[in-house]
Every structure is written in structure tokens, then in C-alpha cells.
Design a protein around this ligand. Structure first.
Ligand SMILES: Nc1ncnc2c1ncn2[C@@H]1O[C@H](COP(=O)(O)OP(=O)(O)OP(=O)(O)O)[C@@H](O)[C@H]1O
Length: 272
């Protein structure tokens, strides 16, 4: 099959600089290779989707991009910095540019929302407490959660926890945000609101966003680029925006995945 069919042609007017460059990366747990020879570029200001069936290695890829799993081969460039080439301190330094939102929101339950958002600033900056308070209010205002500043995570709904987690991910003004299944467990309306919030963050703050998600409707709406990882071939088999892959990709695995919603809605046993 002609590989050009599985690769979105570069838009001639896309002059955005490359933010992250991934070259020939192999990911493995011991002898078990999860993905090999994965290469792609994430443009500044894009919302980049990591797609693929369950267990193909999407979260593993994200983990290795944020420093939790060293690739066995290949390299990640973040700007000009070779992420895994340096020591832990250099990775922490580069990682100061990252904000991460995990599935659960991962808030500390013993701290209020405001204290959760303040924590990274207290740990990594020398800002005075009143300045931190102002910054916390600003971040919570951005995600529409200022009213919950003194509440505990257990008092929040799932969507509110996600928004609070997002405020904490933005605590140190990252220019690169990683989201792992941000809309998991949310109802469709809350999930749609989160999509709008993610678009606002990209447009308002100029952030670059890498997102792992199963929610096709959300990906079609927000992501403008992406990669499709295959569990069988253990590598990336298509590149492009979710909409482009849905409409143009000829690979049968990608095609079936990107048209899954139609199958799901006509089958009571769709696995979503
Ligand atoms: N710590 C680990 N040790 C060994 N194998 C692991 C570990 N973490 C993940 N795996 C395996 O790596 C593969 C990829 O897992 P990963 O969670 O990255 O997939 P995924 O595409 O994110 O899946 P899903 O969409 O279901 O969340 C799976 O086969 C999983 O069992």
C-alpha cells in the first residue's frame, strides 16, 4: 500500500516551528518491545493526538516523553534540547516547560484546590506567598474554578477535579501540556466543556498540547495533528490530524478505528 495514503501531506502554509522532535524511538519493558522506530514532530501551538487501539503503547509513549520511561533507542528533542541525553537534573530543567494532567486529575486529597495548585510553585520557585496566592487565583480563574479555591478534591465533581488538575498542570506556566485521557469518566457535556477549555488554552496561551484520548468526537474537534500507533506492527502506521486520518487514510486498521463511532452507535456491544 502506498504509504503516502497514510501520511497527511504537510500543509504548505504550516510554518509553525517544531516544538518536539521524536526520532527513531523504541520503547520496551525489559525484553518486551512496545513500540519501535517511532518518529514524528509536534509543531508549536498544535494539539497533537496520540491515537491507537487499547494497549498499543500510547500512555507508554507519553510516559517516556515526560521522563518516566527511558527509550531503549532514539531521541526526543525538546526545542534544541536532547531530552534523554543529559542527567536527571537536565531532564528536570527541561521538564519545567511541561505540564501534565493524568486521568484522575491526581490531586492531593488532604489539600484544598488552592493548595494543590500552589504546591509546584512552592517547590520550584522562590515566589513569596502573596504572589503565589495571586498566581493560584489566576490559574483557577482560567479554568473557571476560582470559587472552589478552598474546597477539598472530595467535594468536587469529576469535571471540576479535571479542571483543578489542569490549573495545577499550568502552575509553572508550561508551554507544553501533556494530557492522558482528559475526558475519561466525564459525561458528554462536561467533556465538551473540557474540549473548549483545551482549545482556549492553546489559543490564549499559545501552549502546545499532546493528548492521549479514546474520545474520537473530542479528537476530531480539537486535534490538528497526530500519530496512529499500531499494537500489531508495534510502530506508527499513520500520521495526520484525526479528521484527515478519518477521511483519507487507507490503512484498514486506522480506517476501522477512526470510523468506530459509527460502528459503536449501530451496535449495542461496541467497546467504545
Ligand atoms: N510497567 C509495565 N511493565 C510491563 N508492561 C507494561 C507496563 N506498563 C504498560 N505495559 C504494557 O505496555 C503495553 C502498552 O501499554 P499502554 O498503557 O502504554 O497502552 P495504551 O495504548 O495507553 O492502552 P490503553 O488505551 O488501554 O490505555 C501493554 O501491553 C501493557 O501491558
Amino acid at each position: 500500500m502506498n504509504d503516502l495514503h497514510n501520511q497527511m501531506p504537510s500543509a504548505p502554509d504550516d510554518t509553525r516551528p517544531v516544538m518536539i522532535s521524536v526520532n527513531g524511538v523504541t520503547l520496551a519493558f525489559g525484553p518486551k518491545v512496545i513500540q519501535h522506530d517511532v518518529s514524528f514532530e509536534v509543531k508549536r501551538g498544535s494539539i497533537f493526538a496520540v491515537m491507537g487501539g487499547s494497549g498499543c503503547g500510547k500512555s507508554t509513549l507519553l510516559k517516556s516523553m515526560i521522563g518516566l520511561l527511558r527509550p531503549t533507542q532514539g531521541r526526543y528533542l525538546v526545542g534544541q534540547d536532547n531530552y534523554w541525553a543529559g542527567d536527571d537534573a537536565s531532564r528536570v530543567h527541561i521538564g519545567r516547560r511541561f505540564g501534565v494532567l493524568f486521568q484522575s486529575g491526581a490531586l492531593w486529597s488532604s489539600m484544598t484546590v488552592g493548595e494543590n495548585v500552589a504546591l509546584p510553585m512552592q517547590m520550584f520557585t522562590r515566589l513569596e506567598p502573596p504572589v503565589i496566592r495571586q498566581m493560584v487565583e489566576l490559574k483557577l480563574g482560567l479554568v473557571g474554578m476560582l470559587h472552589a479555591i478552598d474546597q477539598y478534591p472530595s467535594e468536587l465533581s469529576g469535571g471540576m477535579r479535571k479542571r483543578a488538575g489542569l490549573a495545577r498542570a499550568m502552575s509553572l506556566d508550561p508551554d507544553i501540556l501533556f494530557f492522558d485521557e482528559p475526558s475519561a469518566g466525564l459525561d458528554p457535556i462536561t467533556s465538551a466543556r473540557l474540549d473548549e477549555l483545551i482549545l482556549n488554552l492553546r489559543d490564549g496561551l499559545g501552549a502546545t498540547i499532546i493528548i492521549v484520548s479514546h474520545e474520537l468526537s473530542s479528537l476530531f474537534h480539537i486535534a490538528d495533528d497526530g500519530i496512529f500507533l499500531d499494537a500489531g506492527q508495534k510502530t506508527a502506521i499513520a500520521h495526520g490530524s484525526p479528521v484527515w486520518l478519518r477521511d483519507h487514510c487507507t490503512d484498514p486498521v486506522v480506517h476501522a478505528f477512526m470510523h468506530r463511532e459509527q460502528l459503536d452507535s449501530s451496535s449495542p456491544h461496541g467497546d467504545g
